[in-house]
Design a protein around this ligand. Structure first.
Ligand code: NAI
Length: 272
């Protein structure tokens, strides 16, 4: 269903790799709600992924950018405002990668070059993106910037590895930069903390299947899907949430406030 919530709005969507990506679903929903946007991803992901299919479907252009490169981000933001015909109303940062996770290094046995690379991609890239947007004065007043995060930033989930630290850093950047963006440009900055979701990045986490079914059983409303996340992001990009900023917003079926659920308890009752 479409409500035209984003009619006339322009933006950039980072991180659509394939049809499972949260950013892919978000691009589809933003398009349905009347928003126009440029899609972007790292050059290597553009070669491997199916982004052209999404671009065609949503009448959008694709501009490659490695989100750790200031030069790429400057080029992206300049070109996006030219293509879209004005300043931006929304930006989605949907980027995450841990080299330690990818290489199977345990949290207690990190390769710090990998730690640094993963931190740059997953967290500092959000600062870099906002710094370029801020310095170029590329956001419209009452614009909205969202990054995606996960609960392991605040509580222990053993196999989330150094991504837990990256997400804590990402959430802090949202608050710190959000202050300046709000004060100086009237722009909102928030993070959405999403349930475990079966995507390429999600499935890279060891024991993901157990992880996802545990969260589902623990949450009174069950896990939020990628489409649920896309819908929440549309609401956050719309004018209906104009004074929500500096927040970490849970889209997790209630998981973050649970201690234990009946469904999880049952698995521990003796004899069962
Ligand atoms: P995904 O694998 O579809 O998306 C991750 C994206 O990051 C990919 O498109 C990848 O190409 C991009 N990326 C990696 N390095 C990059 C770079 N140097 N420059 C630009 N882009 C780069 O997976 P998903 O799950 O859609 O991830 C999106 C966001 O959602 C991430 O921040 C992830 O941590 C977050 N998230 C995911 C959850 C899950 O369980 N899947 C749960 C909570 C948050």
């Amino acid at each position: 269903m479409s409500y035209n919530l984003l009619k006339g709005k322009r933006g950039i969507i980072f991180g659509a790799l394939d049809a499972n990506s949260i950013a892919w679903k978000t691009a589809e929903r933003v398009h349905e709600e009347g928003g126009k946007f440029v899609l972007t991803n790292a050059p290597i992901a553009l070669r491997m992924g199916q982004i052209n299919e999404l671009a065609e479907k949503t009448n959008s252009e694709v501009i490659p950018a490695d989100a750790t490169s200031l030069e790429d981000l400057e080029n992206l933001i300049t070109k996006a405002t030219e293509i879209l015909g004005g300043k931006l109303d929304f930006v989605l940062h949907s980027i995450g990668m841990s080299v330690n996770v990818r290489k199977g290094n345990h949290y207690t046995n990190q390769n710090y070059d990998f730690t640094h690379k993963g931190w740059d991609i997953s967290a500092v890239s959000f600062h870099k993106t906002m710094q370029v947007l801020y310095q170029k004065d590329a956001m419209s007043e009452w614009g909205s910037i969202i990054a995606l995060t996960y609960m392991a930033s605040q509580r222990v989930f053993p196999d989330y590895n150094d991504m837990a630290d990256n997400k804590a850093y990402l959430e802090s950047i949202a608050r710190s930069f959000g202050y300046y963006f709000g004060r100086d440009k009237k722009v909102r900055v928030n993070t959405i903390s999403q349930s475990p979701t079966p995507t390429t990045a999600g499935q890279g986490v060891k024991g993901f299947d157990g992880f996802i079914s545990y969260a589902d059983k623990m949450s009174p409303l069950g896990n939020a899907t990628a489409l649920d996340c896309a819908n929440y992001t549309v609401a956050m990009f719309s004018d209906l949430t104009k004074r929500v900023t500096l927040q970490n917003l849970y889209n997790d079926g209630g998981f973050s406030n649970m201690g234990v659920s009946d469904a999880v308890m049952e698995a521990f009752v003796e004899g069962k």
